[in-house]
Design a protein around this ligand. Structure first.
Ligand code: NCD
Length: 306
């Protein structure tokens, strides 16, 4: 039985196969409509979510399965003090697979150690968010036709943004990927990402503060929200929150084939006027998220569709 805590739990070849499967699901959804008949996914969300939770639920429903779960810690026995290990033992009696989001880093890993069903980390604190990364990889591969030899700009809250940490960890495995890390000084990527991931893999990267300086060289711009819930004080958040606003004027500095991604939710960091630009790919990205989660569920449940 396999779990997914980080994108590195799957090799590049396995991720490739999963993306190919997602591509087939996109083309022939009817082939997969009963692949998980009788199976259940439990979505255990101890932290708010719209896309990730509903995307998992949609993915399972599209496969013919069904869904149980909770959408906040207050509505679960966590409010009574139950541990995630006990909760997962209970859920293992009800469901075939589970997706867990938790504010504490490592909570889904602790759960996986007590689980008798596959556990998917659907975001743990400021740490990792592997299924957003699978979504991002599939989106980039679909739009650019490749995952190697790309210059990727990551902009915004690179310190607390778990989607950024997972995406960097996954992308350093592809040849010729370079990063431009665009953030205010206070929100730079944590040193463990710089040292253990970027330096350890000899990946080329630069850190800049001005988005305008980075834009002309990018193949992909990955915008992120300042992670309000992880700040220790409101004042710092208010000072940082509108540091970057991508608008039409800035988009003119970018290449005609540079795509803009964002894990969403967006606050102010992308002006709505950018939405109509053909290079704005963040809503398409949501759709890819459903296909790749379908592929992940099939892979973890070892369901083969011929
Ligand atoms: C992201 C998350 O939860 O980390 N959202 C998502 O899953 N699509 C990004 C965010 O909340 O800013």
């Amino acid at each position: 039985m396999r779990h997914i805590m980080s994108p590195l739990d799957f090799s590049v070849e396995e991720l490739d196969q999963m993306m190919n499967l997602a591509g087939d699901i996109e083309k022939h959804p009817e082939k997969y409509a009963h692949a998980c008949d009788g199976k259940k996914i439990a979505t255990l969300f101890y932290e708010p979510s719209t896309r990730t939770r509903l995307s998992f639920e949609t993915a399972m429903l599209n496969l013919g399965g069904s869904v149980i779960g909770f959408a906040s810690a207050d509505s679960s026995s966590a409010a009574k003090g139950e541990s995630v290990s006990d909760t997962i033992r209970v859920i293992s009696c009800f469901a075939d697979i589970c997706a867990m989001r938790h504010p504490k880093e490592g909570a889904p890993l602790v759960a996986s150690q007590a689980s008798s069903i596959p556990v998917i980390n659907a975001g743990d604190g400021g740490h990792q968010h592997p299924t957003q990364t699978l979504t991002d990889l599939l989106t980039i591969r679909s739009l650019k036709g490749r995952l190697d030899h790309l210059t990727i700009g990551l902009c915004g809250d690179l310190k607390f943004g778990r989607t950024v940490h997972s995406l960097i960890s996954a992308l350093v495995r592809y040849t010729g990927v370079k990063f431009v890390l665009i953030s205010p000084e206070e929100l730079r990527v944590p040193s463990y990402i710089r040292e253990d991931v970027l330096d350890a893999s000899h990946t080329e990267y630069e850190e800049v503060i001005r988005l305008e300086d980075a834009l002309p060289k990018l193949d992909i711009l990955y915008m992120t929200r300042v992670q309000k819930e992880r700040f220790f004080n409101e004042e710092d958040y208010v000072r940082m929150k509108d540091f970057y606003i991508l608008d039409k004027a800035k988009m003119e500095l970018a290449r005609p084939d540079m795509y803009v991604l964002h894990p969403l939710p967006r606050v102010n960091e992308i002006s709505v006027e950018v939405d109509s630009d053909p290079r704005a790919a963040y809503f398409k990205q949501v759709q890819y998220g459903v296909y790749i989660r379908m592929a992940l569920i099939l892979t973890l449940l070892e369901v083969k569709v011929c």
